[in-house]
Design a protein around this ligand. Structure first.
Ligand code: HEM
Length: 117
């Protein structure tokens, strides 16, 4: 883990969903952004963002076809990073991550000397 980086877990992130006066945080590529101050400036309207408040928003952000200008705005709102233990959970079931000694992959790795991944 890096020093001076604040790590957040979805337990906390999901509360910042823009509802009931809460802030609006989104996660794009494992980075956590507090985009609350930007909502009213968003050219596509604030709802496009608040729909993803407190959630993983990489796909919708990329599908918005955002320019490099939009990405340069986004970086200003970085508040931290997704906790390493919670990264890639949607793509890869827990236990199959590299370095894990549990799960069926352990047996396959044994047979293939680790070249199965
Ligand atoms: C994650 C949810 C988001 C979705 C679904 C979304 C979607 C969109 C869409 C559909 C447009 C086109 C609007 C139009 O042409 O009328 C747009 C434009 C734009 N959005 Fe978003 N957006 C999201 C988040 C953000 C965030 C977090 C930022 C910056 C902090 C941002 C910055 C911009 C900018 C600057 C434009 C103008 C076009 C450009 O320069 O790319 N958006 N967005």
């Amino acid at each position: 883990m890096e020093i001076n980086v604040k790590y957040f877990k979805f337990e906390e992130i999901s509360k910042r969903n823009g509802k009931n006066g809460n802030k609006t945080w989104i996660v794009v590529k494992d980075i956590v952004y507090d985009v609350t101050p930007y909502l009213l400036e968003h050219p596509g309207g604030s709802e496009l963002i608040t729909d993803w408040g407190g959630k993983e928003a990489t796909k919708p952000f990329e599908e918005g076809g955002h320019s490099s200008y939009a990405k340069s705005i986004l970086v200003k709102y970085k508040i931290g990073e997704l906790h390493p233990n919670e990264r890639g959970l949607k793509d890869e079931p827990v236990g199959l991550e590299s370095g894990s000694s549990n799960g069926p992959c352990c047996f396959i790795r044994l047979l293939t000397c680790g070249f199965c991944r």
